[in-house]
Design a binder for this molecule. Structure first.
Ligand code: C5P
Length: 230
């Protein structure tokens, strides 16, 4: 189905029951849904298919990272579930990403994006790996590799969106987590950005979890965010 909402709700739940309790309050015209490692490992492909059957665009956030052939085949399996977007880890390298792209090159293939340098990793992790660079340089480098491999975009911190929008051009998809409404709790996120600022800085899609999933009225919060950014 054709959707226009830039909001991707992160379904970080441990069970199908809790997931569907939220999903039943949401609408495909207002948001897309993200299924990550915890929910997928617990509930598997059948839950993904159930969400797709309810006409939601699903982002399967499993961050594949393995030898090129294994990743490419995993991407095909994910596409067969009918997901709208899926991702690999850019640290797997250009060859790995190109192999995935080759398998998902049809017009009806899902969007294929890459995670660059995780926002939970910083300078200390680069130093520990013996890499003489900064997180920002690493993000720029991995994003360029992602583009060279022909992928559609990257997951990045909203704080990197404006730099990547300039360097990667308008057609490159930027998916940003770490979004918080003004005056709301930051939870465990270190560097947060409001929905308006993320969109202004060039984000294509905003991944939002707890500000919506833990709200007393999730759909009301979702509608407020949409109206704030439109
Ligand atoms: O609840 P919250 O809005 O913090 O959820 C953000 C979602 O985005 C979670 O599913 C989290 O795993 C994901 N994410 C993130 N930071 C990254 C990559 C993914 O918060 N760098």
């Amino acid at each position: 189905m054709s959707q226009t909402s830039p909001i991707i709700v992160a379904l970080d739940f441990p069970s199908e029951r809790e997931t569907m309790q939220l999903v039943e309050q949401l609408e495909p015209s207002l948001c897309r849904l993200k299924v990550g490692k915890e929910l997928f490992t617990r509930c598997g492909p059948s839950l993904v298919k159930k969400l797709v059957d309810r006409n939601f665009d699903v982002f399967l956030d499993l961050k594949y990272h393995d030898i090129p052939n294994t990743v490419a085949k995993a991407c095909v399996a994910a596409a067969d579930l009918g997901v709208w977007m899926l991702n690999v880890h850019a640290l797997g390298g250009e060859k790995m990403m190109a192999a995935a792209r080759q398998e998902l090159s049809g017009d009806d293939s899902p969007l294929l994006i890459a995670v660059t340098w995780l926002t939970s990793s910083g300078q200390a992790e680069l130093d520990a790996l013996g890499l003489d660079t900064t997180p920002q340089q690493m993000v720029a480098r991995l994003a360029q590799m992602t583009k060279n491999a022909g992928l559609d975009g990257v997951v990045c911190s909203a704080q990197e969106a404006s730099m990547l929008r300039k360097s990667m051009g308008d057609d490159f998809c930027l998916v940003t987590p770490g979004i918080r409404l003004a005056d709301a709790a930051q939870d465990d996120q270190q560097r947060v950005v409001t929905p308006q600022k993320a969109i202004k800085d060039g984000a294509s899609y905003l991944v939002i979890g707890r500000p919506i999933t833990q709200a007393a009225e999730p759909c009301k919060v979702l509608r407020t965010i949409i109206s704030d950014i439109s």
